[in-house]
Ligand binder design. Structure first.
Ligand SMILES: C[S@@+](CC[C@H](N)C(=O)[O-])C[C@H]1O[C@@H](n2cnc3c(N)ncnc32)[C@H](O)[C@@H]1O
Length: 220
């Protein structure tokens, strides 16, 4: 098994394109990280750009990651626990998409799979092929982003999701679906919380920018 990983592992990076993703800002965020800290909390996980940087940089770092989007959180646990079946399912999407991208995209957008593997491969497939990698659902919770204009989208980035799976399995990372406020109850002195809330209010009563003015990370 070790030999297999040695051959395939690349540095893990976000496996989805996510609105507000911070991959481009990693050098700046890195400069502002404290030298040492206890548990790393990322309560607005999204694509987890800073998480993957920290897990790669700090071997053995204890992390607690969470997001309110249950489909996204399921994708993290499925990648960690069911990587082979997930890759098979994604390759199947890729094959069908290549035959007739438009009709296949809309058939999967309308589908409502039950299994964790199919739910996660649907999320990743739609993310790679939809307009701008947006995640948007209507009032009934149905994904409603149109097909994107990609000639050859990278639907199965096998090297990367295997690397993500490996680092989530081998690190001390708890993965939870929950509101960001729960983190404020869990974190202890010396822990680090990185807040990266959405830029638009998610409802008329939840303007996160008003709740967390100018805070990007916080040492307790
Ligand atoms: C700006 S994105 C985070 C981007 C992430 N830092 C990255 O690098 O990809 C904000 C995230 O907050 C999540 N979110 C929105 N409201 C939330 C809430 N009340 N509690 C926890 N997560 C929430 C969204 O689902 C979204 O994934």
């Amino acid at each position: 098994m070790k030999q297999q990983y040695d051959q395939i592992l690349v540095t893990p990076k976000p496996f989805v394109k996510w609105a507000g993703g911070k991959r481009q800002l990693i050098p700046i965020l890195n400069q502002n990280l404290p030298e040492s800290f206890g548990t790393y909390y990322e309560p607005f996980l999204g694509g987890g750009a800073l998480l993957f940087h920290i897990l790669t940089d700090k071997n053995g770092q204890k992390c607690s990651i969470s997001d309110l989007n249950s489909d996204l959180v399921l994708a993290y646990t499925t990648i960690r626990d069911r990587i082979d079946a997930l890759i098979t399912s994604l390759k199947n999407h890729e094959k069908n998409y290549q035959k007739d991208s438009e009709s296949y995209y809309y058939s999967i957008r309308e589908s409502n799979p039950r299994s964790e593997i199919e739910k996660t491969s649907r999320l990743i497939f739609l993310n790679k092929t939809c307009f701008n990698g947006l995640y948007r659902v209507n009032s009934k919770g149905k994904f409603n982003v149109p097909l994107g204009k990609y000639s050859n989208p990278n639907i199965v980035n096998e090297e990367n999701i295997r690397a993500v799976s490996h680092i989530l399995q081998s690190s001390r990372t708890a993965i939870k679906c929950r509101d960001f406020e729960a983190v404020l109850r869990d974190a202890k002195k010396g822990d680090l919380i990185y807040f990266d809330p959405p830029y638009q209010p998610v409802s008329t009563t939840s303007n996160l920018q008003a709740i967390l003015p100018k805070i990007s990370h916080m040492m307790i």
